[in-house]
Design a protein around this ligand. Sequence first.
Ligand SMILES: CC(=O)[C@@H](O)[C@H](O)COP(=O)(O)O
Ligand SMILES: NCC(=O)COP(=O)(O)O
Length: 262
Amino acid sequence: MIPTHVRCLASEGSFFFIILGMAKLSVNINKFATLRNSRGGNNPDVVKAAVDAQLFGADGVTVHPRPDERHIRYQDVRDIKKIITTEFNIEGNCREQKFIDLVLETKPHQVTLVPDAEGQLTSDHGWDTIRYRDYLKEVIPVFQKAGIRVSIFVDPVIEMVNSAAETGTDRIELYTEGYAKSFHAGKEQAIAPYVAAAKRAAELKLGINAGHDLDLENLAWFAQQIPALDEVSIGHALVCDALYLGYENAVQLYKRQLMAKK
Ligand SMILES: CC(=O)[C@@H](O)[C@H](O)COP(=O)(O)O
Ligand SMILES: NCC(=O)COP(=O)(O)O
């Protein structure tokens, strides 16, 4: 029997590649909604963006509805749920009751809890899992009881990972903006805290996701250095690349970065 960590990927003509432990690519389609909302109407269609991401080889779709609905709207989440054939990941701020209700209504495969402040431009920090441990211990089972896997957004700091394990979360999502920012100055140094955090997470039997500002230049190195990586969610850079390269090409190129051998 093929072990569960062995994933098969059919691509590139008739060849079948067997990729050991390859991380999944979840395409974050927020930016399609940003573009749509700039004009009203329904162009581009975010439901089609989700359908096409899957068609082009993505392993999942991510959305991050924000309270002001400046990109993904709550109704988009309901509409997208209906066409998901892969994995659906909803990210957001669980301190908003509206967000909790939406997740419980749409029942994605995974919810990623992010400690956004009100009106924040984009996510810029992970949970302080020491300060909010008791709160997270209360809110995480609300989703798990509904059959939804929980991931919490954390900085690559050992103490935060240790305390994350005490919250009962299934996975952590390592916040990668710091890595992306320092990658070009020295990739060995940039990855070091993430390797340490991932090693500790694996010891604590936590699943490992990662995201924020990952792109075609920094993704392969990240995935190679963190073999236990389960999933990356990528939106901004992938959609920017799609403008020049086409959406299908962009998704395929990101998949290829995850396959690159050490
Ligand atoms: C949690 C995370 O890193 C992403 O969801 C990112 O914040 C995308 O959100 P925006 O598209 O609103 O910037
Ligand atoms: N969780 C990170 C995510 O979904 C996308 O972040 P970005 O690629 O838009 O920075």
